[in-house]
Design a protein around this ligand. Sequence first.
Ligand code: CO
Length: 275
Amino acid sequence: MNRPIRVLIAKPGLDGHDRGALVVAQGLRDEGLEVIYTGLRQTVEQIIATAIQEDVDCIGLSSLSGAHMTLFPAVVEGLQERGIDDMLIIGGGVIPPEDVLELKKRGLAEVFTPGSTIGEMADFIRNNVLNKGELSFFEPPSQVDHIGIAVADLEQTLAFYRDHLGFSVVHEEDIPDQKVHAVFLQAGELHIELLLSTSDEGPIGKFVASKGPGIHHIAYRVDDVAAWLERSRLAGHRLIDESPRPGGQNKWIGFIHPKSSHGVLTEYCQITDKE
Ligand code: CO
């Protein structure tokens, strides 16, 4: 399964100011990256050891001491000596343009100077981490788990799906959390989930009031909802659920906003052992 990109923020050398490094570390966390911060006054050897131990994808070196021209390339060289060539190395600090050019010649992928935004750094890291193969390894959803249909009148809707089409009702329950009564019909390998609102204030109540009854969402069966929400977050999707929550039939579910899935409200859904 995919995992978040891991970044080591390191402060080599003697400079004793780490406010900037801390702001970057927190900012990158907010962007969904996993960030380890070494603390102040690290030697090049300590930084390399931590990077290897933590198996990071990227090292962000910060320096305000003016020693960047020796310390930053020393990290690159130290990694090379150990045969490690798949870590993205970036730098940041008050660094003059001529030094930026030289540092890039000596193996830094990018150097961020004051005025660079956290968003720019996060995008650069996401686009340039070198072991993308591993990061993007994932199992696609195994199938459509169910199609959620918002209904205005349950009996009339059942007259179509159950009586006319002939699908059998396999499960029925109230999901108070979502203010719905859900009825599941078996349609081959997947379920049709009829959703009757139990409150005008609930999401289905509002949906029916504004759009009328009809297709509400499509749910894909995945093996790890949390990992899929994370994958979506890293892709810049707008999440409705930050973390998995219990859905009908003892499943874990998580929604992403239809704006991020081309107009279709999309649910990730994971079957649990309890079912
Ligand atoms: Co659903």
